[in-house]
Design a binder for this molecule. Structure first.
Ligand code: 5AD
Ligand code: SF4
Length: 495
């Protein structure tokens, strides 16, 4: 299956990627080798880390051989993500033996969970830094260079790295992530994120708009606003919004406060408008939407602006209301279906994608069938599909038995994947014979004569490059498709 494009939630082809800077910083005296795992949020954090390390004279290297410091920016979402990191750390043990003084550090989501294992039991690393402590890296690296074990896994209620200018890594120069919130307060019972990334907090909208403007000015044509739950974004001067009375938060998010009060808040719908106003040629995407928090206001803003992409990533997790309750998702099957109906009413051409967990605690065969029937009803353009993996410390790990045998999880996941492949193929077939506007992102990995880009609905489109180059918009007539890709020919130049 051909998969191109770079804005997947957890992109298998990017795990462990060694990223190179697009905007090379200061002349480096020391070298940092940085491998990134997990979601887009983590890849975005790596850009903050590269920026902070540039401030103390570190440039990025692609090989471990000439590295003074090796960082793994890790993910803890499923057990297999963590196993991959342990294997990688064992590889570096040999490198450390060969090069005494080499510092190996673990950053990101495994840091908090496994700090003592990492530093003491396994003695594989010198430095452990959690996602909210990157500003402390200069001190921690100095301590590690002095032979001490350096740890900071404190989670913060305020940190958003708002004014740090990220060093763009692994970028195609066309599309870039911008983090708008950190942490998560949802407490889905299966999820480790609230523990690894802490309380939800929103970033100052001015710094977000400024970052989008700078990206546009340096040639970028797409920004992807990132947060665990973007709809929950609310700026009211910093800190977790849940420090405010619940009623005020609810009213502010739904724009029900008196005007003079409402003006003090910036909701996600407001933020989207401000970013869309940076330039009509700057596309705006966002991820991830949460079915319980998404408002019609956001949908109306999307519909109003041509440069806000008509694409919503709306994880459902399960199609069965009992399981959704056990997952603490805050919506039923019917409420989720209502959200999808609203999206389709307000934007009939909107692309919709989802995340699904197969084999969650107590999932019956009929609950599994409910998930498949919901997928078919929703007609998702694509889906990220996972087997449930119990995470220590989560609500589900404490309350429910992980009781679906591995072979049943595997079989159900395979059924879900094959159902989605048919659904995606059908969804793509609907584009054949139609023209869509594509932002060209890169030369196709398969052919140097073709460009790869995405349409507004986030579908990957491959077309002959002709006179187009990455960064151009092309109107492409789709002539054929696979389950993963649309293929077409440009009909006219739009730049
Ligand atoms: N097991 C399997 N999948 C999980 N996800 C989150 N936690 C788990 C877990 N414990 C999936 C969800 C989420 C996506 C980012 O990862 O589908 O939306
Ligand atoms: Fe991202 Fe969650 Fe993995 Fe952390 S644990 S890297 S937040 S997916």
């Amino acid at each position: 299956m051909l998969l191109e494009g770079n804005n997947k939630i957890i992109d298998e082809s990017r795990q462990g990627e060694v990223l190179q800077p697009a905007n090379h910083p200061v002349s480096a005296t020391k070298k940092l080798y940085l491998e990134s795992y997990g979601c887009s949020m983590n890849f975005s954090d790596s850009e903050i880390v590269a920026s902070i390390m540039a401030g103390i004279g570190f440039g990025i290297t692609k090989t471990t051989d000439d590295a003074d410091v090796i960082f793994l920016n890790t993910c803890a979402i499923r057990d297999n993500a963590e196993q991959r990191i342990w294997a990688r750390l064992r590889d570096f043990k040999t490198a450390k033996r060969k090069k005494p003084g080499l510092i190996v550090g673990v950053l990101g989501c495994m840091a908090e969970r496994l700090k003592s294992d990492l530093l003491e039991k396994q003695k594989l690393v010198d430095l452990v830094v959690g996602p909210d402590s990157y500003r402390d890296l200069p001190n921690l690296v100095a301590a590690a260079e002095g032979g001490q074990k350096a740890v900071n896994v404190l989670l913060s209620r305020e940190e958003t790295y708002a004014e740090i200018s990220p060093v763009r890594l692994g970028s195609n120069g066309i599309s870039s992530f911008i983090s708008i919130t950190r942490g998560c307060d949802n407490m889905c019972s299966f999820c480790v994120v609230p523990f690894t990334r802490g309380r939800e907090r929103s970033r100052d909208p001015q710094t977000i708009v400024e970052e989008a403007r700078q990206l546009f000015e340096s040639g970028y044509r797409e920004v992807i606003l990132l947060g665990q739950n973007v709809d929950s974004y609310l700026w009211c001067g910093g800190g977790p919004k849940k420090d405010l009375p619940e009623e005020i938060v609810h009213k502010a998010m739904n724009k029900l406060l008196p005007e003079t009060e409402q003006e003090k808040f910036c909701t996600f719908a407001d933020l989207l408008e401000q970013v869309a106003a940076v330039h009509p040629d700057l596309r705006v995407r966002f991820s991830t939407s949460n079915p319980r928090d998404m408002t019609d206001a956001v949908l109306h803003v999307m519909a109003k602006h041509d440069n806000i992409c008509k694409s919503v990533h709306l994880p459902v997790q399960s199609g069965n209301s009992d399981l959704l309750e056990k997952m603490n998702r805050g919506y039923t099957r019917e409420e989720y279906m209502h959200r999808i109906r609203r999206i389709r009413e307000i934007m009939p051409d909107c692309g919709i994608s989802t995340d699904i967990i197969s084999g969650f605690c107590g999932e019956t065969e009929s609950a599994h069938q409910d998930t498949i029937s919901l997928m078919q009803w929703a007609g998702y353009d694509f889906a990220y599909m996972f087997k449930y993996s119990e995470r220590p410390g989560t609500l589900a790990a404490r309350k429910y038995a992980d009781d679906i045998p591995e072979e049943i999880k595997t079989r159900r996941l395979a059924e879900i994947i094959s159902a989605q492949t048919l659904i995606s193929h059908e969804s793509n077939r609907q584009n054949v014979g139609k023209i869509c506007r594509v932002l060209a992102e890169a030369v196709s990995k398969r052919s140097s004569e073709h460009l790869s880009g995405r349409n507004s609905q986030n579908k990957v489109v491959i077309f002959p490059k002709g006179n187009f180059k990455p960064g151009d918009y092309a109107d492409v007539l789709i002539h054929s498709c696979t389950a993963a890709t649309l293929l077409g020919n440009p009909v006219e130049s739009s730049n």
